[in-house]
Design a binder for this molecule. Structure first.
Ligand code: HEC
Ligand code: HEC
Length: 253
């Protein structure tokens, strides 16, 4: 196990951020009161995630009003862990994330994922572009029924009837901003986002047209949140097809 080595390597980065935060909050002006020898900073989870929260928010709430820094709060822990692994392995591409998780051990990623998964913070409403009634209807249909002609399964058939996700590794779609949803669906098509096989979403996203992406993102981002936003229990949905079969019958290239 390289857990300890990874933890040690991860520390200087977090400590550097804490130092910057301490400087910004004026701590050095009290330096005269400080004890002559500085104890090692405590190795707490809060300290470890200080780097993450500068972009993802203190409780992983994301950037309200924008889709740029995604929400982590409440997403299934196994899903979050897998995303970190995907950034680490170069399957999902975003340079600052790849850099931030490069040194993290599997156990450490799991611990961080469980922290953010357990955070309960309200969702904030993000702007949705005005789309025609026909586009909104197309989006609603894709979400609840899919498009049998184009072999697009209903989003709800995997993401749950309330679209709050399904444990352990299918995230919810309600409450996510339009910009984030459309960007992620695009990224499966441009190969900047992928996951370990079977990568169901690569198949689904490649069957959507550009206008379908606009439609489905507008439909999802305009929805009222259900009272309970927790992911459904594992095994509570039967995916339309095993993803491997879905892939094999897919677009071919
Ligand atoms: C410089 C800003 C920045 C920092 C620092 C950062 N992230 Fe991210 N993170 C992002 C952005 C932006 C994305 C979305 C990238 C994309 O579009 O695919 C992301 C995506 C993620 C995702 C996938 C979310 C999802 O719903 O699929 C996880 C999980 C995550 N980050 C965890 C972390 C953790 C844990 C840390 C700290 C160890 C961290 N991030 C530090 C900006 C950041
Ligand atoms: C066959 C099952 C399946 C179907 C059908 C499906 N999804 Fe997914 N979706 C998944 C899984 C599994 C993931 C997690 C992927 C990963 O780990 O990278 C996911 C992830 C996503 C994400 C990323 C969320 C985030 O927080 O980053 C979006 C967006 C998404 N799906 C949209 C859709 C839309 C829109 C539809 C309907 C057109 C749809 N999905 C249909 C299984 C499915």
């Amino acid at each position: 196990m390289n857990t300890n080595a990874s933890l040690r390597l991860a520390k200087p980065f977090g400590a550097a951020v804490l130092l910057v935060v301490a400087m910004l909050s004026g701590v050095p002006s009290h330096a005269a009161d400080a004890p002559p020898t500085h104890p090692a900073p405590p190795d707490t989870l809060q300290q470890r995630i200080a780097t993450c929260t500068t972009c993802h928010g203190v409780h992983g709430e994301g950037t309200p009003g924008s889709g740029y820094f995604p929400r982590l709060a409440g997403k299934p822990a196994t899903y979050l862990t897998r995303q970190m692994q995907d950034f680490q392995n170069g399957l999902r591409k975003y340079a600052p994330m790849e850099y931030t998780v490069r040194q993290l051990s599997p156990a450490y990623m799991q611990e961080i994922a469980e922290y953010f998964s357990s955070q309960q913070v309200p969702y904030s409403h993000s702007p949705v572009p005005a789309v025609s009634a026909a586009t909104m209807q197309r989006g609603d249909e894709l979400v609840s029924k899919g498009d049998p002609v184009r072999k697009i399964p209903a989003c709800a058939s995997c993401h749950g009837s309330q679209l709050t996700g399904v444990e352990p590794s299918t995230p919810g779609l309600v409450g996510l901003p339009y910009d984030y949803l459309s960007a992620q669906l695009g990224s499966w098509r441009t190969h900047t986002r992928a996951t370990v096989a079977p990568d169901c979403m690569a198949v689904v996203a490649n069957r959507l047209s550009d206008s379908d992406i606009t439609a489905v993102a507008a439909s999802l981002a305009s929805r009222q949140l259900p009272a309970d936003t927790h992911a459904q229990a594992a095994g509570s949905v039967t995916p339309p097809l095993p993803c491997g079969v879905l892939g094999a019958t897919g677009d071919g290239t």
